[in-house]
Design a protein around this ligand. Structure first.
Ligand SMILES: Cc1cc2nc3c(=O)[nH]c(=O)nc-3n(C[C@H](O)[C@H](O)[C@H](O)COP(=O)(O)OP(=O)(O)OC[C@H]3O[C@@H](n4cnc5c(N)ncnc54)[C@H](O)[C@@H]3O)c2cc1C
Length: 417
């Protein structure tokens, strides 16, 4: 494929830090046609710049098409200020603020409605296209890019890039491109078959950027000597849990937890997975201690039936009783002190030793990425290289489940203008 040289000669001096206030039509190359790169391409093209989005795959948005099991949970309902707590630490919350306030969840809803793809809010607050088809979200972004005058070039993998006196020189598998500004929107490292395989970090490093160590996020964990595979599918809604690292409680969280065939999942664990490492201990509080009053251990009903009245599922109790060596037919009143101690400890501090915290092939997001201290949060321009920008998951930002990642990809893309 032949690539055009995209540089447009400036007709007067550029005065500002970003290209937003430039007085001339500039050439902008975006690396990656995921939601972040497409949004950045649309925003720049709408400002009248000459935009080319380079995508290594033969089509755009492969990961976007997989999102929300093909239904694309594009954002979440609620106030934008609530969003700030869904991206990890306070530093991350501060960093995402300008992008989210610039293009919030309501802006997302307006943008897609305007593009002929109305969205709807599910009861749990997740926002989807009414059609429940991720392809409609992708097609809307592609249409908007085209209508704004931006160009998408597929099958073009950026191999390296550098900045000289004359702007950026970008080497691809199909030739060399030059540009006044370069936006790296190459995504994270999870689901590498979608095209985002971590090479965006190498590109950022080549410009001198530091990469905060990456790890799989939004992933289930497997558990050592797991004893509950027969209870796979059992869910505990909104329970408190602790993560213990090197013998110390490193995080306390609350969320829904699902038992799987090999370990733990569910929104609570997925969201906490950015903090969990192999060898950590996860302690679930399945029942608040105050619910385990001495009155429970009286009467003729079986202990299992009594515990079921507290909301504990039968399949789980059957397995727990087997583990604790308590007969399922045992009457509540027959529970001895040792049984009671062991049972209460299992229900209030159910302990799992983490074998592995997901793999790159199962994680839905990447924790870590381009160090936020080296990027201007108001413009997303690099503090090290003028004219270089980052948006989306390549940055050290990963959101909770519920639409927060695509929202940030879009918000950060639209912030660069
Ligand atoms: C299974 C799954 C389900 C998900 N579901 C949801 C969901 O419902 N809601 C939600 O909010 N988030 C979801 N996510 C996360 C969300 O999809 C990502 O956070 C989001 O796509 C990130 O957008 P991005 O544009 O930054 O990166 P990406 O979508 O990863 O796009 C980056 C693009 O850059 C291209 N690229 C990379 N390197 C180069 C190169 N050198 N040259 C050219 N092109 C390159 C890649 O091919 C890719 O197309 C899900 C993720 C997965 C894996």
């Amino acid at each position: 494929m032949h690539l055009l040289l995209l540089r447009t000669k400036p007709v007067c001096a550029i005065v500002s830090t970003g290209y937003r206030t430039s007085l001339v039509k500039r050439s902008i190359v975006v690396i990656g046609a995921g939601p972040a790169g497409l949004a950045a391409g649309i925003a720049a093209a709408q400002c009248g710049h000459h935009v080319t989005v380079l995508e290594r795959n033969n089509t755009a948005g492969k990961k976007l098409l997989l999102s929300g099991q093909g239904q694309c949970n594009v954002t979440h309902s609620g106030s934008v200020s609530d969003f700030l707590t869904h991206y990890g630490s306070a530093q991350q919350g501060r960093f995402v603020r300008p992008a989210l306030y610039h293009f919030d969840n309501e802006a997302v809803m307006r943008f897609f409605a305007d593009a002929g793809v109305p969205l709807w809010i599910r009861r749990d607050g997740k926002v989807f296209p009414k059609s429940m088809q991720a392809k409609d979200i992708l097609n809307a972004l592609l249409r908007k890019l085209g209508q704004s005058g931006g160009q998408l070039v597929t099958n073009t993998c950026v191999q390296c890039a550098e900045k000289g006196n004359d702007g950026f020189r970008i080497e691809t598998n199909s030739g060399t491109v030059t540009a006044d500004s370069l936006i790296i929107a190459a995504g994270g490292q999870s689901y590498p078959a979608t095209g985002s395989d971590g090479n965006g970090y190498r590109l950022a490093e080549s410009f001198g950027h530091r990469i905060v160590t990456v790890k799989p996020a939004l992933t289930a964990v497997s558990v050592r000597d797991y004893a509950f595979s027969e209870s796979a599918g059992t869910a505990f809604a909104d329970i408190p849990f602790q993560i213990v690292h090197n013998g110390k409680v490193s995080a306390k969280r609350c969320g829904s937890v699902l038992l799987t065939h090999t370990g733990l999942s569910g929104p609570g664990i997925l969201d906490a997975s950015r903090l969990i490492e192999s060898g950590d201990i996860i302690r679930l509080q399945l029942i608040p201690p105050e619910k385990l009053s001495p009155d429970l251990y009286s009467g003729k009903r079986t202990l299992k039936n009594v515990l079921q009245t507290l909301g504990l599922p039968e399949t789980f109790l059957l397995q727990l009783f087997r583990l604790l060596d308590i007969p399922v037919t045992q009457a509540a009143a027959e529970t001895n002190r040792l049984q009671r101690q062991r049972l209460e400890s299992a229900l209030t501090r159910c302990t799992f030793s983490v074998q592995q915290c997901g793999t790159w092939h199962e994680a839905m997001a990447t924790a870590g990425g381009v160090d936020l201290t080296e990027v201007e949060r108001q413009t997303l321009e690099s503090r090290l290289v003028r004219g270089l920008y980052f948006c989306g998951e390549v940055l050290d930002i990963d959101g909770s489940t519920g639409g927060y990642n695509i929202q940030f990809a879009l918000s950060s893309g639209f912030l660069i203008r």
